[in-house]
Design a protein around this ligand. Structure first.
Ligand SMILES: [Zn+2]
Length: 252
């Protein structure tokens, strides 16, 4: 299982990177997780739009799913139309992005599989476990297990919850939202994480490596690293576009 970071910016994209977007490949299967704002150009640097086998979305905020629209356009309007793209998301999470084009225009381009948080299901070679985590809208924490047993755990966006370290238990890579380095502003404190708490959860979970993501635009990565280093003793990095990690090898 290999993880390619397409973008890791929270809220809105910057001149140098898109929002949340992760390509996970295994046995030739390409799973796109969270096609957030401005992640399609980065994705197209790694794979053609028609080569994506499935999309899995943690929650319906546009910084996690807006570029599903241009991805579907590229597949539907780009010539030899590939098979319908299977989309996996919580109920209603994709309603807005799937309604951007006129009714029916992209209807043949996708098949929607809505799941309930807590469900376990298969996507290609992956076993997917999900858990409801606290956010402004329903958000599914995602745990992918490869046929070889390697594990990638991803929070989507979440506030503090005892479910977070359970999601990441023994994960080879824990990809964790860390919008702020040290503390989350009080009004958002129930819905977002700090890098410091992400590190604590990774340590509790016994994760082999921690990849911080969804930093607020403009946050120096060193600040997030410093905050997480105070609570996590394992290998640690901030997700950056173009980064490719073998899940099971050391996070760098
Ligand atoms: Zn969100």
């Amino acid at each position: 299982m290999e993880l390619t970071v397409l973008g890791g910016c929270g809220a809105w994209p910057t001149s140098t990177q898109g929002c949340s977007g992760y390509l996970v490949t295994c046995e030739g299967f390409r799973l796109l997780i969270d096609p957030g704002y401005a992640t399609l150009p980065a994705l197209l640097g790694h794979a053609g739009a028609e080569q994506i086998d499935a999309v899995l979305v943690s929650h319906g905020h546009p910084d996690h799913c807006a570029d599903l629209n241009p991805l579907l356009r590229a597949r539907a309007l780009g010539g030899a139309g590939p098979a319908r793209l299977p989309l996996y998301a919580l109920p209603g999470a994709l309603d807005a992005v799937l309604a951007l084009d006129r009714h029916g225009m992209l209807a043949d381009a996708w098949t929607l599989h809505e799941f309930t948080a807590g469900a376990r299901f298969e996507i290609g070679p992956f076993t997917v476990d999900t858990v409801l985590l606290p956010h402004f809208v329903p958000n599914a924490g995602i745990r992918l297990t490869s046929p070889r047993g390697t594990v990638l755990a991803y929070t989507g966006d979440t506030g503090p919850s005892p479910q977070v370290p359970l999601l990441a238990q023994g994960a080879d890579i824990f990809l964790c939202e860390a919008t702020y380095p040290e503390t989350v502003p009080r009004e958002d404190a129930e819905h977002l994480l700090s890098a410091r708490l992400a590190g604590r959860y990774a340590q509790q979970a016994g994760a082999a490596g921690l990849l911080l993501t969804h930093l607020w635009p403009g946050t120096p990565p060193e600040e997030a690293l410093r905050a997480a280093r105070a609570t996590f003793r394992g290998p640690l990095a901030v997700a950056a576009p173009g980064q490719v990690l073998e899940v099971g090898a050391e996070v760098t």
